[in-house]
Design a protein around this ligand. Structure first.
Ligand SMILES: Cc1ncc(C[n+]2csc(CCOP(=O)(O)OP(=O)(O)O)c2C)c(N)n1
Length: 360
C-alpha cells in the first residue's frame, strides 16, 4: 500500500526519442532543441576530461554529472541572466550555461580559490559542499529578492539523499512561509554515495515533501531535457510573478561514481547501470532530432570537435595558471583574519603543499 499524496509524472520525450502528443502540439523550436542538445554534449565532453585529469593526478577530485546533464541544462536554459544560481558540487551542467568557464571549474576542483570567482557569472554563488545548506542560502537570497521587490528567481539543486537532511526541511518550510521566489530542483540520481533511494526515505516520491511545507511539488523525468526545461520555465515564471516556490523532483540516474574518490562497482550491479544507460538523456534527444532531420553525423562530428577544442583550451589555461599558496584560503574566507587563525596561517605558510606540488 502506498501512503501519501499522489503526484503526476511529467515526461515529454520518451527514452527512445518519441515526443508525447502534448509536446508535439507545444511546437518546439528547432534552434532551442539543438541548443539543448549541444549544451548537454558540451557538458559530457568536459565531464569525461575532468575525470581523466583526476585519474592522471592533475585534479584533486571531481563529482561527475554523467547521465544527469538534462537536469542542469534544462533548468539553466530556462533561467534569466538576472536570476541566481546556488549550485552544489555536481552542477557544472548548469554552471557552464550560466557562463562559468571550464577553466574555472577545473581550478575549483584543483583546489584553487580563484575557481569560485566566476568572471562571467559574477552573481551566482560558489559551489556548496555541505549537503543541503545551499537550500537555506537559496531561500534566504530569494527572500531578499522578494523584500527588495526585484523580479528575480533563485535556483538551487540538491541530491535525493540531501533531502533527508534537516537543513532541507527547514529551508523548504521557510520558502513556503515567505513565498520565496525559489525553485528547488532535486537531482534524484538514485544513490547517495552507496545508499540507494529506497533506503533513504519511505515516501513514494521526494516531490511529496513539498506538500508539508505548503509548497508546490512536481515530479518529472530528469533524463528528458524537454520536461526539465518546461517544468523549470513554469516554476521560474511563477516565482518571478510572486506566486511562490516550487520543488521539482527530477528523476535520473548517476551513471558514474559518486566522485572520483568512490568506486560504485562495490555497491551496485553492472546490470542496473546497463539498464540505466538505455534511459540516458543525450541519446534520446539525438534520436528525436535525427528523426526530424535536424541532426546528422556531420553536425555531430563538428560539435564533438568544437567541444574537444574548447576543453583542451580550458585545460591549457588551468595548467598554466600558477598556483597560489595555502594562505589564499584564508584570504577568501575572512575580510580581516581573526586573531585565533593567525597561527594556522603561519603553519600553512610553512607547510604549503600547493606551492611545492602545483594544482591537483
Ligand atoms: C552536511 C553534510 N553531511 C555529509 C556530507 C558527506 N556527503 C557528501 S556527498 C553525500 C551524499 C549526497 O548524496 P545526494 O544528496 O543523493 O547527492 P548526489 O551526490 O548523489 O548528487 C554525503 C553524505 C556532506 N558533504 N555534508
Amino acid at each position: 500500500m502506498s501512503v501519501g499524496f499522489r503526484i503526476d509524472y511529467l515526461q515529454l520525450l520518451s527514452p527512445s526519442g518519441e515526443l508525447r502528443e502534448a509536446a508535439e502540439e507545444a511546437g518546439w523550436n528547432a534552434d532551442v532543441l539543438r541548443s539543448l542538445y549541444q549544451a548537454m554534449t558540451r557538458t559530457r565532453v568536459f565531464d569525461a576530461k575532468a575525470v581523466a585529469l583526476q585519474r592522471t593526478g592533475q585534479l584533486g577530485t571531481f563529482a561527475s554529472a554523467l547521465g544527469q546533464e538534462a537536469i542542469g541544462v534544462g533548468t539553466a536554459y530556462a533561467m534569466h541572466p538576472d536570476d541566481l544560481l546556488v549550485p552544489s558540487y555536481r552542477d557544472h551542467a548548469a554552471q557552464l550555461l550560466r557562463g562559468v568557464t571550464m577553466a574555472e571549474i577545473l581550478l575549483y576542483w584543483g583546489g584553487d580559490e580563484r575557481g569560485s570567482d566566476f568572471k562571467n557569472a559574477r552573481r551566482d554563488f560558489p559551489n556548496c559542499v555541505p549537503v543541503a545548506t545551499q537550500v537555506a542560502h537559496a531561500v534566504g537570497a530569494a527572500y531578499a529578492f522578494r523584500l527588495r521587490k526585484e523580479k528575480r528567481a533563485v535556483v538551487c539543486f540538491i541530491g535525493d539523499g540531501g533531502t533527508g537532511n534537516g537543513a532541507f526541511y527547514e529551508a523548504l518550510n521557510m520558502a513556503g512561509v515567505w513565498k520565496a521566489p525559489v525553485v528547488i530542483v532535486i537531482n534524484n540520481n538514485g544513490w547517495a554515495i552507496s545508499t540507494p533511494r529506497a533506503r533513504e526515505c519511505a515516501a513514494e516520491t521526494l516531490a511529496q515533501k513539498a506538500f508539508g511545507a505548503g509548497v508546490e511539488g512536481r515530479q518529472i523525468d530528469g533524463n528528458d531535457v524537454l520536461s526539465v526545461y518546461k517544468a523549470a520555465q513554469q516554476a521560474l515564471e511563477k516565482a518571478r510573478e510572486g506566486d511562490g516556490p516550487t520543488l521539482i523532483e527530477a528523476v535520473s540516474y548517476r551513471l558514474g561514481d559518486h566522485t572520483t574518490a568512490d568506486d560504485a562497482t562495490r555497491y551496485r550491479s553492472p546490470d542496473e547501470v546497463k539498464e540505466a544507460w538505455t534511459r540516458e538523456p543525450i541519446g534520446r534527444l539525438r534520436a528525436f532530432l535525427a528523426g526530424k532531420r535536424l541532426w546528422d553525423k556531420e553536425k555531430e562530428d563538428a560539435l564533438q570537435r568544437r567541444c574537444a577544442r574548447e576543453v583542451e583550451e580550458a585545460v591549457a589555461t588551468y595548467a598554466s595558471t600558477p598556483p597560489r599558496g595555502c594562505e589564499a584560503m584564508f584570504d577568501y574566507l575572512f575580510h580581516s583574519l581573526p586573531a585565533s587563525m593567525k597561527d594556522q596561517l603561519e603553519e600553512a605558510r610553512r607547510f604549503d603543499p600547493v606551492r611545492r606540488n602545483g594544482h591537483g
